[in-house]
Design a protein. Structure first.
Length: 40
């Protein structure tokens, strides 16, 4: 199983940073969306 995960990471090395940035952006937008009603 560890070898499979390592091979997936090796194959997707080019897009790993972009995926991490996209995931962080989605989490940020989700958190802002949850807290927006509290500000109004």
């Amino acid at each position: 199983m560890f070898r499979e995960i390592k091979s997936i990471i090796d194959r997707s090395q080019d897009t790993l940073l972009a995926d991490a940035i996209g995931a962080a952006a989605l989490i940020t937008m989700f958190m802002i969306g949850l807290y927006l009603p509290l500000l109004a």
